[in-house]
Design a protein around this ligand. Sequence first.
Ligand SMILES: Cc1ncc(COP(=O)(O)O)c(C=O)c1O
Length: 390
Amino acid sequence: MSYRLDLKTGYPSTTIAPLDRLSAIASEVIASGRGFQYGGDLRGHEGARAQIARYLTEVMHMPAESSHLMLTTGALTAIDIVCRTLTEPGDLVVVEDPTFFFAVDLLRMSRAQVVGVPMLADGLDLDALDRLIAANPGRVKLVYTIPSFQNPTGYTMSDAKRAGLAKMALEHDFYILEDATYEPLYFSTPPPPPLKTYDAGQGRVIVVASMSKVLMPSLRLGWIWANPAQMNAFLRYKSDAASSRLTAEILTDFMSDGHFMDQVTRVREVYARKHDALVATLRANAPEWLSWHAPGGGFFIWATLPKTMTAQAVIERAHEREVDVFSGRASYVSPLDDRSLRLCFALLDESALCEAGQTLCEVITEIGSKSLGTQPGETRRQRRGPRCEG
Ligand SMILES: Cc1ncc(COP(=O)(O)O)c(C=O)c1O
């Protein structure tokens, strides 16, 4: 069932892609036959890897080399390959709880046991991770983390925690799978340096990311960034041959004029405007007792309802008013309750975000006023808040 105002789906909107230019390049690549054939080198098209290496050097401020990259069919395939290569049945794979629900499904397919460690506002709870390791000596093989603008919380891991986690990986002999999908998408201040910065050539941190959020998800173009020895191990689990030659050729042409960072800058501005529209609506209309987090980048606002309410009740009522929103419960490995909502601001335009945000706030206030005994409109923010136009 789909609803007119979608705050649920974590997709970018078509407005981020320079469609005219991409279609001109795609036509030429197909007409010339360059995109026709299988890819050859299983690591993927050399030209695309070279362009991505250059881009990574610019966005992550770490020298990347094309020989350290392997193209995959999106970051999802990259996660799957890394996890299946590095774990065996019975190993523990640690994830932030909550985390990207799709990744959990993939990690489980490796037959390792997926364990959640609480996600805090400054990143993974390292004390809880330490306790887990102590209780399961030698079993933790991989920690999957989205350190910047996490899905679903929008939280970013602090610099100190990044250094701490990398140190723990060395001490306790586990790998870190750093999902950098949202890394380039900050609004004004860049996130702390990537976890890979703290790896010091040890090969403990493996990065996965993709073009889905900065250019176009249907390219299905992601990558693994690791050292060459690990790359050989990953190749054994690569089931899509060299990935799509067609999209790799299109990407190479698109990136090769040296203006790809302009695309990234533009996309950051688009998402920042959308974020600002939803944040302004929540500031103006959300009841004071609703706790919510405005991220510094990425796609998501994370809201937590009071104990007397459930996300399910809010979602059902929101559906009646044509708003859809994602229940945070689906993102937990070990859900304790049903009080969180993920609001994606990347898909709708600004006026729809405003309408959706306002309606959602009305629904939350209405349900909350019954369960908390407050009157709708009683809160300070509601009294002085502007309403959406149109
Ligand atoms: C953290 C994270 N990683 C990976 C992906 C998927 O990336 P791709 O489209 O490249 O498979 C998403 C998409 O929602 C995501 O949120």
